[in-house]
Ligand binder design. Structure first.
Ligand SMILES: NC(=O)C1=CN([C@@H]2O[C@H](COP(=O)(O)OP(=O)(O)OC[C@H]3O[C@@H](n4cnc5c(N)ncnc54)[C@H](O)[C@@H]3O)[C@@H](O)[C@H]2O)C=CC1
Ligand SMILES: O=C(O)[C@H]1O[C@H](OP(=O)(O)OP(=O)(O)OC[C@H]2O[C@@H](n3ccc(=O)[nH]c3=O)[C@H](O)[C@@H]2O)[C@H](O)[C@@H](O)[C@@H]1O
Length: 457
């Protein structure tokens, strides 16, 4: 089948490359010419396991094409996916639908009577946006002056996690599609059929099926429910983390061990073991943005969503916890040399969007600490995004810890758990470590002589 992808960011590129790997011909369009140029050279502009080799392979097989010309991409498409950004408007707090609307109108202008594509919104959007997408496409059609143009609109939210996006595409927990048009739903089911079939043999270039993976449920719903499923999923996951963070804060005061507590809670099948890792707060491009979007939608409908607003507030406070722990030991941080280990919002990505490291570093700078940072992949990105922050960039972990008064582990890159902590102990001036992700061996660090603070342990 012929597929067009509009917006080749994380979601667009993963979707496009994966659909090509399933045998479709996929044409990807982006308005960012630099991004398109990079992709034409087979380079992926961000870090995502498996993606670059799939892109290169599919480009060679001529199943994956990149172009900055929208018309080339959609002229023969059976399916057109909109996968552009939906950031929060900094002034109103509402979701900025500008990119979705522009993409929809541009598509509408180019539709012709000989094709009747399904136009699928995969961007995460406020509830009811499918109607706006429909209207914007119609507006484009009207501007083009074309008659007899047919298309259908559908919603197909994306649930991938950065760092495991390819695995999430091929082995999803569910696929959700929503439309008022039953034919569009049937056609989308056909596109996703390979993933839904139990006999599906995954391409050898991707990791094998995770243990316990079973058939993928297809959830066919109305578009409002589809849009709300996405917001509610992210809100629930964020709430689950904020819940365990709150229990960790309580445990800190009462003397429990959060590892044991999380295990004890998670073994209840009604709760489940995932997303119960406490730490210095969640981040990333979507949890905060989507929670705010849902709060906005709820408030606009006259409902005050108290649980959701509490989750946002609690997460913002959680980012101050490691600093409070350092202060409890070092007292004033003025003139103290503090190391930040990890910058990206989570490991295995260089994404800094709403990364807790940013707020923590800014707060340390405000407190007049001397801040030094290290991250295995996100430092160049950080330097480019925050050029005026007065911080030092270390060459590696051991360079970072030289003469430090305190160290905060912010991102749990695997390599940080393998460090020679005796060597680090010898290099640091004050031997205090705040493990913001509870991944270090507390007993081992304390045996070396460190003052160790976890979050709830
Ligand atoms: N990043 C993630 O892990 C996930 C993101 N989402 C949602 O998917 C959507 C996209 O997110 P990302 O891929 O992270 O964004 P991104 O910012 O990485 O990519 C968006 C791309 O769209 C392009 N673009 C903007 N307007 C365009 C237009 N009119 N025509 C063509 N291209 C255009 C931009 O240049 C950019 O390359 C958002 O709504 C997000 O909430 C959903 C699930 C996971
Ligand atoms: O809509 C989106 O953009 C995506 O948002 C999240 O995916 P992602 O942001 O890539 O990352 P997660 O693995 O969910 O982690 C988010 C944040 O929560 C933190 N986290 C996660 C799990 C946990 O137990 N504890 C915890 O603090 C992570 O460190 C990270 O800062 C969701 O997991 C995806 O399903 C969704 O598609």
């Amino acid at each position: 089948m012929n597929v067009a992808i509009i917006g080749t960011g994380y979601v667009g590129l993963v979707t496009g490359a994966s659909l090509a790997l399933l045998g479709n011909t996929v044409k990807c369009h982006d308005i960012d010419q630099e991004k398109v140029n990079l992709l034409l050279k087979g380079r992926v502009p961000f870090f995502e396991p498996y993606l670059e080799s799939i892109v290169q392979d599919q480009v060679t097989q001529k199943r994956l094409i990149f172009s900055s010309n929208l018309s080339t991409c959609i002229s023969d498409a059976d399916f057109i996916f909109i996968t552009v950004g939906t950031p929060t408007d900094q002034v109103s707090g509402a979701v900025n639908l500008e990119y979705v609307c522009k993409a929809a109108t541009s598509i509408g202008k180019l539709l012709t009577p000989d094709k009747s594509p399904v136009i699928i919104n995969k961007s995460t959007v406020p509830v009811g946006s499918h109607k706006i997408v429909q209207k914007m496409i119609e507006e484009g059609v009207y501007q083009s002056g074309n008659d007899n143009v047919h298309f259908a609109v559908a919603s197909n939210p994306e649930f991938l996690r950065e760092g495991s996006a390819i695995i999430d595409f091929f082995y999803p927990d569910r696929i959700v599609i929503g439309s008022e048009n039953t034919e569009a739903l049937a056609r989308l089911e056909l596109l996703y059929r390979p993933l839904l079939d139990q006999s599906f043999n995954p391409p050898t270039t991707i990791p094998p099926r995770p243990e316990g993976f079973s058939q993928v449920p297809l959830i066919k719903v109305d578009p409002i429910s589809s849009e709300l499923i996405k917001y509610a999923s992210n809100a629930f996951l964020a709430m689950k983390i904020s819940f365990i963070n709150e229990i960790a804060n309580i445990s800190d005061r009462l003397g429990g061990n959060i590892h044991d507590i999380s295990r004890g809670i998670g073994l209840d099948r009604r709760i489940g073991p995932h997303f119960l890792k406490s730490g210095l707060g969640w981040g990333g491009s979507c949890f905060g943005k989507d929670l705010k979007g849902l709060v906005f939608d709820a408030s606009a409908s006259g409902y005050n969503p108290k649980v959701l607003t509490a989750v946002l507030e609690s997460n913002s406070l959680q980012r101050t916890v490691p600093i409070l722990k350092l202060q409890s030991y070092l007292k004033s941080l003025r003139g103290k040399s503090i190391g930040v280990l990890g910058l990206s919002f989570k490991p295995d990505t260089d994404d800094l969007r709403d990364a807790p490291s940013i707020e923590i570093i800014k707060k340390l700078v405000d407190l007049h600490a001397i801040v030094k940072v290290y991250d295995p992949v996100a430092m160049n990105h950080f330097r480019a995004n925050y050029p005026s922050l007065p911080i030092k960039y270390a060459n590696d972990e051991y360079d970072l810890v030289n003469s430090l008064d305190g160290l905060i582990l912010v991102t749990e890159w695997d390599q940080f758990t393998q460090l020679d902590w005796k060597k680090i102990y010898d290099k640091m001036k004050h031997k205090v470590v705040v493990d913001g992700r509870n991944v270090l061996d507390k007993n081992c660090l304390e045996a070396i002589g460190f003052v160790y603070y976890g979050i709830g342990s």
